[in-house]
Design a protein. Structure first.
Length: 447
């Protein structure tokens, strides 16, 4: 693992150590370093960044020939280290605890293409949270891939976790919503949402997963990539980040013959950290990514390395010129206005009678979105699934408003009953030409 990358850095340092330090030699060695980095699956923009930073450090430096190899090694390690520092670190448990204090479940969405180990990584995260004494519910929102629900059910059975699933070809957002409702009603700490794998080259599918993300509104989004896919993993991360803006990554199959460039490239391109790496097939085989361990894997021992932190300078605000005081003109005496005749009071318009609310095909006619939202949240009412449920809910909300919006336990009996006069007015209204209507909170037409 990382042999190709380690040899590239080592060869660059040794070659410079055997020559005089000048710009021509540096250009030659940097070209060899570029080829080796690209063969190690490091993205081209990352290679350019490393080359530029190393060239700036080496040219013009006065260093003893015996110290050149160490100086090059220290410079390379510092440059690589700074890329991970910019991405930062994320404590997943700390974020879960912050949401737990508010009494709400923490939603984690997993994205990536099929075959990268996304579902298995979700199960490993579930095991990790379970070991940390968090309660977990899993949403099988991959309703397209054959066998996806059965695969997830096998994992949840082994881990003794609750699985929320529907039939294949059902709405993935509806599955995720059901899992969230279950978590709220059972006071579950975390909801892990599995999604269908999508190729990053499919524009329609990428737009679809972006839409699902907006509907579900997760607290944390994780991209799962395959360490063995090389530059294709980097391209996947780039496209998924553009559409989903994930918060961190998991790299699977890192125990196989990976060359180390994927982690470096993903961090540089997305400015998001690598959270975990998969090192096996069992549930405990998910290790937190550690920058120092990665650097040691690439360069060998770094105990004697002087790693310098590269800080990005903050732009200084440009000083604003002080405004020059403009000369004030001398005030001219204002002419005295001639007295105007007092205006006669205009007759007050008689108040128009308030229009009667005529119920039409909209079950929520006459109700404001705020009242609908307040009642639904107060009594934990889910959106109606059909017209009968919608009409029933509309009558309940009107009854609730008529009784001065009581809290749960204070509700008495219905006071809203349609009269014959209202039914006749409704029929007359339905025969008239209706204005264009807007959609209300639950998607029904409103006046």
């Amino acid at each position: 693992m990382f042999d190709k990358l380690r040899n590239a850095f080592s060869n660059a340092a040794k070659s410079l150590g055997e020559k005089e330090l000048n710009e021509k030699d540096i250009e030659n060695i940097l070209f060899e370093l570029e080829i080796s980095l690209m063969e190690s699956d490091v993205a081209s923009e990352v290679v350019d960044s490393i080359k530029s930073d190393l060239k700036e450090r080496l040219i013009g430096s006065k260093i003893a020939k015996n110290d050149i190899e160490k100086f090059v090694k220290d410079s390379l390690i510092s440059s690589i280290s700074s890329l991970f520092d910019v991405a930062g670190k994320i404590d997943l448990f700390e974020k879960i605890n912050e949401k737990k204090k508010l009494g709400q479940p923490f939603l984690i969405l997993f994205v990536g293409i099929n075959g990268t180990g996304k579902t298995t990584s979700l199960a490993k995260i579930a095991y990790l949270l379970q070991q940390a004494k968090y309660s977990v519910v899993v949403a099988a929102a991959d309703t397209f891939r054959a066998g996806a629900i059965e695969q997830l059910r096998e994992h949840t059975n082994r881990l003794n976790l609750k699985l929320v699933a529907q039939n294949y070809n059902s709405d993935p957002a509806a599955v995720a919503r059901d899992a969230v409702l279950y978590a709220k009603s059972h006071k579950t700490d975390c909801v892990l949402i599995d999604t269908a794998g999508r190729m990053q080259t499919s524009k329609n599918l990428m737009e679809q997963i972006a839409k699902i993300t907006k509907v579900v509104n997760p607290d944390f989004k994780i991209f799962v990539g395959d360490s063995l896919a090389g530059n294709d993993t980097v391209n996947q991360a780039r496209e998924f980040y553009e559409h989903v803006k994930f918060d961190g990554s998991i790299l699977t199959k890192s125990d196989a013959d990976a060359r180390g460039g994927a982690a470096l490239s993903i961090v540089k391109i997305t400015s998001t950290p690598i959270l975990y790496i998969g090192v096996g097939q069992e549930y405990p085989d998910l290790k937190p990514f550690d920058k120092e361990t990665f650097l040691e894997s690439v360069f060998g021992s770094i105990s004697d390395v002087d790693i310098k932190t590269i800080k990005t300078p903050e732009p200084k605000p440009e000083p604003k010129p002080e405004p020059k005081p403009e000369p004030k003109p001398e005030p001219k005496p204002e002419p005295k206005p001639e007295p105007k005749p007092e205006p006669k009071p205009e007759p007050k318009p008689e108040p128009k009678p308030e229009p009667k609310i005529i119920l039409d095909d909209d079950p929520f006619a006459g109700l404001s979105d705020d009242d609908i939202a307040d009642y639904s949240e107060l009594y934990d009412v889910p959106p109606p699934e059909n017209d009968d449920e919608a009409r029933n809910l509309g009558d309940k909300i009107r009854n609730w408003i008529a009784q001065d919006k009581p809290k749960p336990g204070e509700f008495t009996k219905s006071t809203v009953e349609p009269s014959k006069e209202t039914e006749n007015e409704e029929k007359q209204y339905n025969n008239e030409e209706k204005p264009k209507k807007k959609r209300g909170l639950f998607g029904f037409l409103k006046k």
